[in-house]
Design a protein around this ligand. Structure first.
Ligand code: NAD
Ligand code: DAU
Length: 354
């Protein structure tokens, strides 16, 4: 039986990772540590309530005693850290929590794993253990019109979010370089798919358009993101954990670069057609004040993970975006529940001066 201690798996990508793993492997168990912040939602894991292979633990990755106890009690083979404050706009408004969770939380996980796995006298590590840090392409900064991020592109983050993720990556590397800790770092491009919290571009636009609300496009809308269907990201993390060369960084992306305005228009046309609703049209688009320090373009070169591990993306954007829109239309109660209460305050505050 292989044991995973995962963190942040009541959020968007982690939820999909848990489902992905449990649907593919029988002889595994996943200990899922999550603080259930605004972005965490146990409803996403409701279908696993009676599955003994999934053990949910409500707690914080910064909690030293709890993390040490989970490692002692369950003796995980892998620790995979998804937990993070993940929204750039929130980091611009309030950077401090990003340092606490993304940097201090990561260091706590590394330190507790080292205490359990490292024999300082012999300078050896228990065999079969690995720590995987789920990072982001944003640590590389922004690209011009040409070129792609490779694993050797210099780290050059701009936002408080990406700076905190870059800092965490440096600590992971430091634990490898200093103590020989078995680690990998993955750096993926923008994910989309089901269960994504509607403060991020795609679910926010789906929700607003469906309700005939304005579609707030930052600046000229020509910023480019490299979109990957979330299950393809989860497949890559599984492959890196089990087969990635220790100490290596792997970029993950499917060469699917699109300007934001293209994404918004695609959502409008798909929704309008599906709902037979002519009021969902491009007149809803409103160009609003740009994000501070807005990165212009991201683009991943995935050659290394393809060559080393044979990973490739299975879902094209054309298929993935339709699946995603259909999921949100089929799960309107989910959307209504997550956008009630606190979300309304968030939206009013974030968009009031735009
Ligand atoms: P998310 O915001 O949807 O989910 C984050 C999860 O972490 C939530 O369940 C939340 O409750 C939990 N969490 C937050 N703080 C915590 C803490 N202190 N202790 C324990 N749990 C905590 O994020 P996501 O989009 O699923 O991203 C997951 C990871 O993948 C993040 O590390 C992010 O940086 C990275 N990433 C995201 C994308 C993307 O496009 N969403 C792309 C590349 C990398
Ligand atoms: O590249 C990977 C990163 O992708 C992850 O590390 C982050 O966790 C994830 O949130 C995502 O960051 P982005 O900032 O790219 O995602 P977001 O969905 O917030 O924005 C996507 C683009 O759309 C970005 O250029 C800003 C723009 N945007 C976003 C919102 C919410 C708008 O134009 N209007 C909006 O209302």
């Amino acid at each position: 039986m292989t044991t995973y201690l995962t963190t942040g798996c009541a959020g968007f990508i982690g939820t999909t990772f848990v489902h992905y793993m449990l649907s593919r492997y029988t002889d595994i168990r996943i200990i899922n540590l999550d603080a259930l912040t605004y972005a965490g939602n146990l409803e996403n894991l409701k279908d696993l309530e009676d599955d003994p292979r999934h053990i949910f633990v409500h707690g914080n990755i910064c909690d030293k005693e709890l993390v040490a106890k989970l490692i002692a009690d369950y003796d995980p083979d892998y620790i995979i850290n998804f937990a993070a404050e993940s929204h750039v706009d929130r980091s611009i408004a309030n950077p401090e929590i990003f340092v606490t969770t993304n940097v201090m939380g990561t260091v706590n996980l590394l330190q507790r794993a080292k205490e359990a796995w490292y024999d300082a006298g012999q300078k050896t590590w228990k065999s079969g253990k690995k720590y995987v840090q789920v990072s982001t392409d944003e640590v590389y900064g922004a690209l011009g019109a040409e070129g792609f991020f490779t694993e050797t592109t210099p780290i050059n983050p701009h936002s408080p979010y990406s700076s905190s993720k870059a800092s965490a990556d440096h600590f992971v590397k430091a634990f490898h370089d200093t103590y020989g800790m078995p680690v990998n770092i993955t750096r993926c491009s923008n994910n989309y798919g089901h269960f994504q919290f509607p403060e991020k571009l795609i679910p926010l636009m789906i929700n607003n358009a469906k309700n005939h609300k304005q579609l707030p496009v930052y600046g000229d809308g020509m910023q480019i993101r490299d979109w990957l269907y979330v299950e393809d990201h989860c497949k890559a993390i599984d492959m890196v954990a089990t087969a990635g060369r220790v100490g290596e960084v792997y970029n993950i992306g499917g060469h699917n670069e699109r300007p934001n305005i293209f994404i918004v228009k695609t959502i409008i046309h798909q929704l309008s057609e599906r709902l037979h609703d002519p009021e969902i049209n491009e007149g809803l688009i409103k160009h609003v004040e740009d994000r501070l320090g807005h990165d212009r373009r991201y683009g991943i070169d995935p050659s290394k993970i393809k060559a080393d591990l044979g990973w490739y993306p299975e879902t094209t954007f054309e298929v993935g975006i339709v699946k995603t829109i259909d999921w949100y239309l089929d799960n309107q109660e989910w959307m209504e529940r997550v956008t009630s209460g606190e979300y309304q305050k968030y939206y009013a505050e974030m968009y009031k001066n735009r």
